[in-house]
Ligand binder design. Structure first.
Ligand code: SAM
Ligand code: SF4
Length: 415
């Protein structure tokens, strides 16, 4: 009979003799978090803790993307008319709560646009000085003179600017404004160039990236997108490290039901090959890495399946008001808050009844799983492993004996 540990090796794609693995498969990062992964193997699912959390410094945004995740989950309808910016007090509660926890990294993102909050640089600095690794997702429009130096001096692990378009007209369509006047699009491109140049000037290890979500509005302009990328790379004197392509996801309909038919599924079936051909083949020789989330495109081109989500404990999310949510896709969404860090300790929030209840409903399929989500590839991996049955302490230890735990993949704490 094949031993359980050997089956685990095979699921993980590991080779027992040389411990080789695909460093860039994000789902494999999980096994380098030994305490968590061992809890999972031993069936102690409630004990798994987040490695990475998303922080929403602002629910307000300078744009109005019709398909923004947080428009779809209606979190943007919360507290309308108020200034929806994270206060220093709330951020202090979050950092205070996270210190000494299992959490190792923070991604500053939205909700809305992080740079809408005048304190965003202070928050990032404070998080870094408190010992966390940090990253930033931004739409890139609101950088001010001097921000590039200040931001890069904090040495985030990455800064990814969401560009999402090859022309100003399409940028306007995706971001919900009239893009006939190219000022906004050109300004964002200039900011990306300045970020890249400043990174080189300061000689910091921060990875500068450009993000693209692909949808029906931009998939026909891949030639324009590759021209834009080559130009940005040249103008930044090689200061841009990567471009990442992912599908735009239709998560929830107007009644907050999970969308079971993706309007772009036919486009997505073709996209990975088109991106290889029209982008990777042209851009990679310049030196910029092209990352294509093939699994995401493939997944969304296939019929929807309500596969249980058991990966969510590995990551979580804080809204601007200090409330903690079970996944990033559910951030700010009614019914998915697991507690408030302003008046409850992280431990009490994490081990509280609300998370237990949501966890059970997500595992049983009572809460439908979104068609695609950030931890989908990790989820697939964990489901396959769970099918092997529960590991004993001895089996879990035996597995770890032949893992070179110090040979970690890059960005292992960004799950
Ligand atoms: C919600 S935004 C927040 C940060 C910032 N405002 C921005 O746009 O980068 C984070 C990322 O989610 C992406 N995004 C927004 N709506 C999406 C959707 N429906 N499917 C997939 N990604 C989406 C954005 O393009 C961006 O890269
Ligand atoms: S810029 Fe970002 S946060 Fe703002 S609406 Fe668009 S995707 Fe959402």
């Amino acid at each position: 009979m094949i031993k359980k540990t050997d089956k685990l090796y095979s699921i993980l794609g590991l080779n027992r003799s040389n411990n080789s693995y695909n460093m860039y498969d994000p789902s494999k990062k999980a096994l380098f978090h030994k305490e968590n992964f061992s809890s999972f193997l031993k069936g102690n699912y409630f004990d798994v803790q987040p490695v990475c959390v998303e922080i929403v410094p602002s629910l307000d945004c300078n744009f109005n993307c019709p398909k923004c995740t947080y428009v779809q989950n209606k979190s943007k309808e919360k507290d309308k008319g108020k200034k929806r910016l994270m206060s220093q007090e709330v951020f202090d509660s979050i950092i205070g709560g996270l210190k000494g926890s299992y959490i190792k990294s923070l991604i500053f993102t939205g909700g809305g646009e992080p740079l809408k909050n005048p304190l965003y640089l202070e928050f990032m600095k404070q998080a870094k000085e408190s010992g966390f690794e940090i990253g930033l997702y931004t739409n890139g429009a609101l950088f001010k003179e001097g921000d590039f130096e200040k931001l890069l001096e904090i040495k985030p692990v990455f800064i990814r600017v969401s560009l999402n378009a090859g022309t100003s007209i399409t940028h306007g369509l995706i971001y919900g404004y009239n893009g006939k006047n190219p000022i906004i699009f050109n300004n964002i491109k200039r900011n990306i160039v300045d970020l890249g140049r400043t990174k080189t000037k300061l000689n910091v290890p921060t990875n500068i990236g450009i993000g693209y979500i692909i949808n029906e509005k931009n998939y026909e302009e891949l030639d324009e997108i590759s021209d834009v990328l080559l130009q940005l790379y040249e103008d930044s004197e090689g200061g841009i490290d990567y471009v990442a392509f992912r599908p735009e996801v239709y998560y929830f309909d107007d009644d907050l039901n999970v969308v079971t038919e993706q309007p772009n599924s036919e486009i997505f079936a073709e996209i990975p090959d088109l991106l290889e051909d029209k982008i990777a083949n042209k851009v990679e020789s310049s030196g910029m890495r092209v990352l294509i989330n093939k699994e995401g495109f493939n997944n969304l081109s296939l019929p929807y399946q309500n596969i249980p989500n058991i990966s969510h404990p590995w990551s979580a999310s804080f809204d601007y008001d200090g409330r903690m949510y079970i996944t990033s896709e559910h951030n700010g969404m009614e019914g998915f808050c697991i507690g408030d860090i302003k008046n409850t300790s992280l431990k009490d929030v994490w081990y509280g009844n609300k998370r237990k209840e949501l966890m059970m409903k997500m595992d049983s399929g009572e809460i439908k799983t979104p068609p695609y989500f950030k931890l989908k590839s990790l989820n697939n991996l964990l489901l396959n492993i769970r099918d092997l049955g529960i590991f004993s302490e001895k089996e879990a230890n035996e597995f770890y004996k032949s893992i070179d735990i110090d040979n970690k993949p890059p960005h292992v704490n960004f799950i």
